[in-house]
Write a protein that binds this ligand. Structure first.
Ligand code: TPP
Ligand code: MG
Length: 332
C-alpha cells in the first residue's frame, strides 16, 4: 500500500481481532462461553489486509475459523461476541454462533462450518454482481485443507468460464486439523493449480498486512475491470491448535515458536514506527483502547437477553410459513 493513511486503521483492526479472540479463549476456558471455538490468532494480517482491499459493498465468505475475517469486513466485536454467547442481539440473533457469523448488510455471506462451502456461494454472488453490473467483487477465504475439496475446483472453473469477479484467498496455515499439507496435497504449489484454471495466481506473505492488501487490491481491480477471477495464496500460521479442544501439540514446538516470532501485529508495529507513522506510545494507546472496548463488550454480551424459543424459526427462511412447513413435526 503506497499511502500510509490507513496504516493505523489496519493496525487497530488487527489488534481488535487479537483481543476478541484472546477474550473468547479466556471466556471459553473459564466455562462462560457455550459452543465451540476455532481461533485464528496469528492470521490477522491475512484477514485485515484482504478485507481492507474491498469496498464496503463487496462480498466476502469465510470459514469455520472466521472471527477475524468477519470483524475485518465490518462486524463489530459487540455483535460478534453477543453471537458467541447466544444473545438475541448478536450478529445472527443467536442462530449462527462462532462458526456461522454473517451480516448481509455488509456483504458478509457467512463464516461456514462446512469446509469449502463458502466458495460456490461466493461464485454465485460474483455472478449476481456481474449480471447487475454493480462493480462489486466477491472474495472467498478458505483454508489450505480446502484446496483438495471439489467445490474449490468447481468454483475456479465456473469463475473462469463465466469471467466472474471472484478473489480466491487461501489462508495457508499449513495444516488441516493436525494433518500437514504434504500429507493431503498432490503438488506442493497450488498456485500452479489456480494458473491451470486460467487465472493469475500469486503467493504472498500472509503475515505482512501490506503485502496481502496489495495482492488483493490488484485482484479486486482486475475483477472490477471485467478481467475475471484471481487467486491469492496467503502463507500464515495459527498459533493455537485446530480448535479449543486441541492443544496443538501435534505440530513441532520449534515450528510454532518460529511462527510466533513472526507475529503479524508485532511486525507491522515495527514497520509503522520505522516509517514514523506513529510512535510506540501511540500504538500502545490503540492497544489499550481496543482492550478496554473488548472488556466492556464481553460484559455486555454476557448479559444480553437470550432469544425466546418462539424466535427459533425467525430469520431462518425467507418465507417463514413455507419454511416451517418444510420441517414437519417441529412444534414450538
Ligand atoms: C466438508 C467437510 N469435511 C470435513 C470437515 C471437518 N473439518 C473441519 S475443519 C477441517 C480442517 C480444515 O483445514 P483448513 O481448510 O486448512 O482450515 P484451518 O482449520 O487450517 O483454518 C476439517 C477437515 C468439515 N467441516 N467439512
Ligand atoms: Mg489450514
Amino acid at each position: 500500500m503506497e499511502s500510509q493513511e490507513n496504516w493505523l486503521d489496519l493496525f487497530r483492526l488487527m489488534v481488535r481481532i487479537r483481543h476478541f479472540e484472546q477474550m473468547a479463549f479466556e471466556l471459553y476456558t473459564g466455562g462462560k462461553l457455550p459452543g465451540f471455538l476455532h481461533l485464528s490468532i496469528g492470521q490477522e494480517a491475512t484477514s485485515v489486509g484482504a478485507c481492507a482491499a474491498l469496498r464496503a459493498d463487496d462480498y466476502m465468505a469465510s470459514t469455520h475459523r472466521g472471527h477475524g475475517d468477519t470483524i475485518a469486513k465490518g462486524v463489530s466485536v459487540e455483535s460478534a461476541m453477543t453471537e458467541l454467547f447466544g444473545g438475541a442481539t448478536g450478529a445472527c440473533h443467536a442462530k449462527g454462533g462462532s462458526m456461522h457469523i454473517a451480516d448481509f448488510s455488509q456483504g458478509i455471506l457467512g463464516a461456514n462450518g462446512i469446509i469449502g462451502a463458502g466458495i460456490p456461494i461466493t461464485v454465485g454472488a460474483a455472478l449476481s454482481a456481474k449480471q447487475r453490473k454493480s462493480g462489486q467483487v466477491a472474495l472467498c477465504f478458505f483454508g489450505d485443507g480446502a484446496t483438495g475439496i471439489g467445490p474449490l475446483h468447481e468454483g475456479m472453473n465456473m469463475a473462469k468460464l463465466w469471467n466472474l469477479p471472484v478473489i480466491f484467498v487461501r489462508q495457508n496455515n499449513h495444516y488441516a486439523e493436525s494433518t500437514p499439507r504434504h500429507e493431503y496435497q498432490g503438488i506442493p504449489d497450488v498456485v500452479r493449480w489456480a494458473e491451470g484454471y486460467g487465472m493469475p495466481a500469486v503467493k504472498v506473505d500472509g503475515n505482512d498486512v501490506l503485502a496481502v492488501y496489495t495482492a488483493v487490491a490488484q485482484a479486486a481491480a482486475r475483477g472490477r475491470r471485467g478481467e475475471g477471477p484471481s487467486f491469492v495464496d496467503s502463507e500464515t500460521y495459527r498459533w493455537y491448535g485446530h480448535n479449543i479442544g486441541d492443544p496443538g501439540t501435534a505440530r513441532p514446538k520449534e515450528e510454532v515458536e518460529m511462527w510466533k516470532a513472526r507475529d503479524p501485529i508485532a511486525r507491522f508495529r515495527r514497520v509503522i514506527i520505522e516509517h514514523n507513522v506513529a510512535s510506540g506510545a501511540e500504538l500502545d494507546a490503540i492497544d489499550d483502547e481496543e482492550n478496554t472496548r473488548m472488556q466492556a463488550a464481553a460484559v455486555m454480551a454476557e448479559h444480553e437477553p437470550k432469544p425466546p424459543l418462539s424466535a427459533a424459526l425467525e430469520d431462518v427462511y425467507s418465507d417463514p410459513v413455507l419454511g416451517s412447513r418444510a420441517i414437519q413435526g417441529v412444534r414450538i
